[in-house]
Design a protein around this ligand. Structure first.
Ligand code: DOR
Ligand code: ZN
Length: 345
């Protein structure tokens, strides 16, 4: 008999939908699997205010297929000029679920990000007061710091001092990639949590660089050494409520990845749940998948758990080489591979 796993309907606590035609092509993949998703605000220009988030939210909702229930949870992009009053009002009326800290220059469309956390200390104090969560892209951007060290250095230079100064602030350390991040989260109090992507559970830096350069395996923070991948697998499947599902699905058209200056981002939305469940299966921890995918996130954010369920079946499926992405195709994570699980329709 086919092995199946039925879990409470899950959420994706970190992803990128983009806008326009690309957004309309990618939203259905997420809405098919997840009840809600935290939508990142790094559009060009970025979603910096509650009003911009409201307009973006409407465009996303229009892209959800008929008959599918899906709720986008909006975030505001913090800049050196962010207005604490606007963010607090957006949080109070439910338009904003969180705010996102991009260190300036860290990744795609982050040029308007924060140059120094000191510049937003008033905003962060207000967020701590009202219980508004802060999503953090945890990499320093200084030219002299090696790209493989940028997350670990961020912990020392930015995150530890921030958490010490504002212990009440709820922080989600997004898409963690290192053993040091796991150690930091494990050692922190209950206001610190982390999301983990499927790619950082599956690949290490050899997968990007050995036997030829693989632009579709490149994202930020970049995948690290094998010891870090193993630490992340242990964290995700270890039963701690501090870790939850956040795909960081980041669609870029094929030609923008296969380029002399390829974009960072892995488009994992089409088979996200199947990709994660494979890891839990390989680790012999299928019974812990529901908490990671459907419970730890809403509990940390203080949101209700979803009603309803989804069922995964241990039936092999081949991942297509590319999927439609609006103006051009997008190569998904696991393209051309066979995954051992599939979502029952
Ligand atoms: O790889 C990434 N892609 N990392 C990010 O932080 C941003 C994302 C994107 O927007 O493309
Ligand atoms: Zn992201």
């Amino acid at each position: 008999m086919t092995q199946t796993l039925t879990i409470r309907r899950p959420d994706d606590w970190h992803l990128h939908f983009r806008d326009g035609e690309t957004m309309r092509a990618v939203v259905p993949h997420t809405a098919r699997q997840f009840a809600r998703a935290i939508v990142m605000p790094n559009l060009s220009p970025p979603v910096t205010t509650s009003a911009l988030a409201a307009a973006y939210r409407e465009r996303i909702v229009e892209a959800v297929p008929e008959g599918v229930e899906f709720t986008p949870l909006m975030t505001a992009y913090l800049t050196d000029e962010s207005n604490a009053g606007d963010l607090a009002a957006g949080f109070a009326d439910g338009m904003l679920t969180a705010a996102k800290l991009y260190p300036a220059g860290a990744t795609t469309n982050s040029a308007h990000g924060v140059n120094d956390v000191a510049n937003i200390s008033g905003v962060l104090e207000r967020m701590a007061e009202i219980g508004m969560p802060l999503c953090v892209h945890g990499e320093v951007t200084h030219a002299e710091i090696d790209i493989f060290d940028r997350e670990a250095v961020f912990i020392e230079r930015v995150l530890e001092p921030l958490v010490a100064r504002l212990p009440e602030l709820k922080v989600i350390f997004e898409h963690i990639t290192t053993r040091q991040a796991v150690e930091f989260v494990d050692a922190s109090g209950p206001n610190i949590a982390a999301t983990i992507t499927p790619q950082h559970l599956h690949i290490n830096r050899n997968d990007i660089l050995v036997g030829g350069i693989r632009p579709h395996m490149y994202c930020l923070p970049v995948a690290k050494r094998e010891e870090h991948r193993l630490a992340l697998r242990k964290a995700a499947t270890g039963g701690s409520a501090k870790y939850f599902l956040g795909t960081d699905s980041a669609p870029h058209h094929r030609q923008d990845k296969e380029s002399d200056c390829g974009c960072a981002g892995i488009f994992n939305a089409p088979h996200a749940l199947e990709s994660y469940v494979t890891v839990f299966d390989e680790e012999g921890q299928l019974d812990r998948f529901e908490a990671f995918a459907s419970e730890n996130g809403p509990r940390f954010y203080g949101l209700p758990l979803n009603e309803g369920t989804v069922t995964l079946e241990k039936i092999a499926q081949e991942v297509p080489a590319s999927v439609a992405g609006g103006a051009a195709e997008i190569v998904p994570f696991h393209a051309g591979e066979t995954l051992s699980w599939r979502l029952a329709s």
